[in-house]
Design a protein around this ligand. Sequence first.
Ligand code: HEM
Length: 504
Amino acid sequence: MREILQENFHSILYYILLPICLTLIALRINSVLKRRSLFNKLPGPKLHPLWGTMKLFGPKEVGLSKFENYLKEHIDDKIIRLRIGPFRYLIRVLDPELAGRVLSMGPELTPKSPNSYRMLTEFLGFGLLVINYKKWFSRRRLLTPAFHLGIIESYMSTYNDTTDVLLNKWRSQVGSDTAIVDVFQDSTLYTLDVILQCACSYKSNCQLDVTSEVNEYISAIFDSSKLTIERISYLPNLLPLYFRLSPSGFKWRKVCNRIKQESLKVVQARRKAIVSGEKVVKIRPDFIDILLTSPDSSGNTLSDSDIMSEMSTFLFEGHDTTASGVAWALYMLGKHPDIQSQCREEIQSVLGGRERIEWDDLDSLKFTSMCIKESMRLFPPVPSITRVVNEDLVVDDYIIPKGTPVNIPIILLHRHPKYWENPDKYDPTRFYSQKPGGSNFSYIPFSAGHRNCIGQKFALTEELIVVARIIHSFELESVPQDIKRLSQLILKSENKLKVKIRTI
Ligand code: HEM
């Protein structure tokens, strides 16, 4: 039998395996063509055979404005079909209710899109932001207590002390006259200072010492955001080997290592302190305590690499996003002196003669909160998010096939002319409404559904304190310029956001 098999090996291969292989290839081609024809039925612009729609709507102001004009012309469309390069289709949701539907589907039905989030894993590791399914469930449960209101309340003195550092820095720059500050840079230093203290009780002095190591970390975060966009918006960079060997790939690895090093340093220092019994000066249990000591649902504590990933996620998500929120809020208030004065009146009446903001003051700073919300509408710190639908999604007459990445462009939904009157106008009074933008999902700076932002309350409190105290101490006047948004991982400005400050 063995001999017969050996003798006829080539014939067996030819008559049995070859047809099987050809059938499999034909089935694959058929499924690709079927998917293609489904995608081609969806509304969307004409596709370039090679680039798809890559060159149509870029991340800079020109591309964003083009998309906003597209929205005006296709005001009733709920989706748009895009294609990145020759094969990768992407659906962008243009309707808030549909965005809500996608975000409210079970997290197992809408995991994070691997293509969009893979790059994040290279510098953040597998933390809460990127993990999926069961791992996400148990991790979210484990980390939620770190964001309870009682814990946020215990950070009030840190928010206030760190704001004092910023205010004193600006006071010394102003002297008896005025000074011009780049609010993006100073907000970033402030939020990093806060998160390092709250996450690991680490006093970095980064606001004052611009040569500190922490500032290298900030530039690494800045570069990572820039390189991520470079990597997804230039076709050859989509080929992993090409990117690896390119100068940008080299820089990318350097930046990823720098970011990981920062969290490793922090975790190792705390482990060392625990082992040696050294007393760490802490105001409260910080995030790292919770990570080191809390068991997951199976009773195990997190491994070092999991802890590092969570630390990287907290440090990254916890400072760059909030910095963007603070910077745009200050810039918009500096552009609208009448609204700024109204805020100041509110703050003065709440604080009386006091400087520091207490927990019980927060609810009374209603108008100031509305100003912050409105600037996050126009300039959402996280401009877009992406999920993959794990089951066919029927939208009116269309089918979005299972496995398709679905992008939710928060930045476009926040200015959708069908839902927002005068969408480009800065008008905080919109937030008197219970449902601004007419839908529960027209305004989603912190996303919505199961995987919404865990740090929302932390961020809003931190933003409110620093913005209110700045307005209380300084008069702001934004240096006029054409605002050029830059939609990277975080929404930035292509040019510096300069504001003239004068002590009150
Ligand atoms: C103004 C500030 C902030 C904004 C606008 C913001 C926005 C968001 C958004 C839109 C998401 C969803 C991301 C996605 O689906 O891919 C998210 C998730 C997340 N955010 Fe924030 N964030 C802010 C501040 C913070 C802070 C201060 C922290 C932590 C200290 C934080 C930690 C996280 C984490 C861990 C996730 C993942 C949650 C999960 O998947 O369960 N964020 N954030």
